[in-house]
Structures are given as C-alpha cells and as structure tokens.
Design a protein around this ligand. Sequence first.
Ligand code: HEM
Length: 361
Amino acid sequence: MSAPAPPPSHTPSPENPPSTSQLSEVRAAISSLLSQPSYDDGSAGPVLVRLAWHSAGTFDKATHSGGSNGAGMRWESEGGDPANAGLQHARAFLEPIKHQFPWITYSDLWTLAAVVAIEAMGGPHIEWKGGRTDFADESDKRIPPRGRLPDGSKGADHLRWIFYRMGFNDQEIVALSGAHNLGRCHADRSGFDGKWVNNPTRFSNQYFRLLLANDWKKKTLDNGVEQFVYVDEDTLQDVREANDGKEPSAEEIEEATLMMLPSDMALLDDAKMRVWVEKYAKDKDLFFDHFAKVFAKLMELGIQRDANGNVINTDNVRDGYKSAPKKSDRPTAPEKDQNKGQIGHEAAVLKEQNREKWAKL
Ligand code: HEM
C-alpha cells in the first residue's frame, strides 16, 4: 500500500489545517473499510463510534482535562481502562488509514471515523472540525485518569454526575444515548450481552421506540450481570414462517432477543429524561437534528478554537499539528491474552487476523 505524503505546502498545522481534498480522501478511505463481513454484524461502524465517544467522554470541564485531544487510548493507562475493553478492534481497523495518510493525527482520525460511520449507516451529517494533536508518550500528564466513563449498571444520578461533568444537560444525555441504536454489548468486554435493536448497523430512532413500547424484563446473565431483555415475537414469527412452522432454535431465539442496560432504562424512569425519550420516539427528524448537534459537541470536548475554527489550546499551538508515528498493526491492549470469557480474550483472535492481513501487504 502506498503512503502518499501531503505536498509540503499542505503539511497540516494549527495554522495550516488539512485541506478539504486531503480530508475527502481520508473520508473515502474510512467509508471503504466500514464493511467488515467477519466482524460482529458485518460492520466496523458501531465500534468506531464508541472509540470516538470514549476518546472524548473523559472530559472534565472543571479542570479542562480529558477530551478528544491526544489519543491517549493508544497506551495501556487509558486504553486498558476496563470501560475501553474491545476498542482495540476499532483502533486496529483504522491502522491501514494511518498507514495511507501518515500526516493525520490519531485523535483527528478517530473522531472523523465516527462521523463518517454514522452518516454511512443512515444517520445525520455531523459537522466535524480537525486540528487535534497526538500526545507524544505515555508519561504525558494530559492523559486522563481511568474511571471517567459511565457505568451501564447505574441509574439517572450516575448519568447526570458523569455527563454534567462534561458539560451536557438532560436533553443531551438522552440524545447521546440514542447512539445505542448501533452495535451491541459483548459479554467478554463489558459483561453485558446483545443488541439494542433489530438492525444494529442502521442509525434510526428505533432505540427510543423500543424502549417505550416493549415490556422489558430484568435478566441475570450467567456471569451475574443484570440487564433487561425482550424477545421480539415478530422476528420469531418470521423464523417460523421461513422454516415451515418449525419452532426457532436457541440460536434463533438469541438473535431475536433485544436488550437494554440499566442505564438505558434509567432514561424511562427519570421524568425529565423520559420527556425526551418520548419526543425522539415520535420524531425521528428531531432526534437526528439533536443528535448531530450533540455528537459534534462531544467530539469538540477539550478543544478550544478561535472564530475561524483554528485550535487555540496552548499546547496545540506550541507543538503544532503533531501526528504520532503509526502504531503497530497489532492490537495493543490488553497486552496478555486471557481465557475465554475474560476481557482481552478477543484480542488474540484479532492479533492473528491482523498478522495474516499485514503479512499479505
Ligand atoms: C449513557 C451512558 C452510556 C453507558 C452506560 C454506555 C454503556 C455501553 C456499554 C456497556 C456498551 C457495550 C460495550 C461492549 O460490551 O462491547 C456500549 C456500547 C456502545 N455504546 Fe454506549 N454507553 C453510554 C453512552 C454512549 C454514548 C454517549 C455513545 C455515543 C454517542 C455510545 C455509543 C455506543 C456504541 C455505538 C456501542 C456499540 C459498540 C459496539 O458495537 O462494539 N454509548 N455502551
């Protein structure tokens, strides 16, 4: 694979951000890797969205620390936060793009990948601005401490505590939670298991409609984790019809089972948040409009700009648009393979897939 460097006059810096045509090429390259037939539901999109959100969601407005600058998840201190388990897949998916466009910072690449993925999955266009820089090494004091991301087993008080710290309000918490229309939970990453909606690679407001419409039942999984589940009878009926009336197999029942985290259910239980669940369930356009605004705000956490959109964080201006050298093509966190069912086990599979893929290049 060739690695075209931008012309010297376009080497990005805070004063000379990547040109529109450079970014269009990166956007196109991201779009072309979204389809991943052997991964999850055939798409890298959802996990890329989660990577960007976790890179930004460490922001603390009181100390102005954390946020989408720096791409600190490249190192164990942030990448190894249990909340970030599984995101090595997303980082590894983007390595070929970093190889192709070495000038882009990881922090810009991760955030850009999410907005490209959301739009490609049928979601709204989200305004995105570049200019984030990469921290040089793991000793950088700007890498946020672990523990700043939300816990799915908790309720509305916890959500407020976490998201108010970043500067969001109740409406924004609900709009952001609508991202759970995408992707799934993995028992060997978070302990939770399953998808929220029938089609987890198509962005819509179905998450809110299901939250309100279904009779969610608490279920304790084999690993002791509690979540809420609902078996979609329409899907089971389709299976019966397709199989000449034969009852669905255990696998087919699992496929028809949808889930909610306790933190998703909290949006229903809290009167102020529920108002927004109801609005978004009824009005997809309103949800898309609010989601586009709040996701753009999320991606900007920790970034300060002047009126022209140039990043003016003191460190960014001092150090320039510092793009970190490309990381290894192997997933880097966690370092040790673990047993099946433990966080990190999946890294072994990915490591092998990457080894084979890169051996061919
Ligand atoms: C409200 C608090 C939130 C909690 C407690 C929470 C928790 C979780 C958990 C436990 C998972 C499953 C991880 C796994 O097992 O792989 C997950 C997945 C996901 N979350 Fe959230 N999340 C929250 C907010 C958000 C926000 C704000 C976004 C983006 C705007 C988001 C986007 C996603 C996506 C796209 C996935 C699927 C990832 C995949 O398929 O690999 N979440 N979340």
